[in-house]
Write a protein that binds this ligand. Structure first.
Ligand code: AMP
Length: 188
């Protein structure tokens, strides 16, 4: 099973990805987690990405496409994976299409988790409070920036994947278990 989870920051992609990991026994590939790990380890890529991630902008398409392509070649991805936070632009979606073609793989579905801006702001502020400020980009100002970037650069992927017959949308405003049930149904 090869899936993309699409949705604005705070929609619940990470939470649902972790549940899908258990259900299907395939890994979650989160570009946000990979970038945060590179930043923490102060690798050259991390040093380049830090200021961009901290202000809520997007890291270059080439960087994230490269790390995702390498990650897909690892043995634990042999039976599939859940993409969380990638692709985020049309250029990344095109890069992914070519990458999968080259590797002889195909996508099974793109799950869009829909949620309104108000609930997203509330959820992210709570996440920041609960994590004790672990993420420099989880504050209201940067969040509003990330929501704007989503609307502008990532939302067009809904049309992109609808046209390719892959998009399935679920309502992300429901309780976690109900979102999970809706995703499970969409994948049947
Ligand atoms: P996330 O954890 O998915 O919310 O990502 C946190 C931050 O990492 C984003 O606000 C971006 O700065 C960066 N990032 C994550 N994934 C991507 C991507 N696919 N393309 C560009 N930047 C990304």
């Amino acid at each position: 099973m090869r899936l993309i989870l699409l949705g604005p920051p705070g929609a619940g992609k990470g939470t649902q990805a972790q549940i899908l990991v258990q259900t299907y026994g395939i890994p979650q590939l989160s570009t946000g987690d990979m970038l945060r790990a590179a930043i923490a380890a102060k690798t050259p890529m991390g040093l380049e990405a830090k200021a961009i991630v901290d202000r809520g902008d997007l890291v270059s398409d080439a960087i994230v496409s490269g790390i995702i392509s390498d990650r897909m070649d690892e043995p634990d991805c042999a039976n599939g994976f859940i993409l969380d936070g990638f692709p985020r632009t049309i250029a990344q979606a095109d890069a992914l299409t070519h990458m999968l073609d080259r590797k002889g793989l195909h996508l099974d579905a793109v799950i869009e988790i829909k949620a309104g801006a108000d609930i997203l702001v509330e959820r992210i502020i709570n996440r920041a409070r609960e994590s004790g400020g672990a993420r420099a980009d989880d504050n209201e100002e940067v969040l509003r920036k990330r929501l704007g970037v989503y609307e502008e650069q990532t939302a067009p992927l809904v049309k992109y994947y609808t046209e390719r017959g892959l998009l399935k949308s679920v309502d992300g405003m429901q309780p976690i278990e109900e979102v999970t049930a809706a995703i499970r149904q969409a994948l049947q």
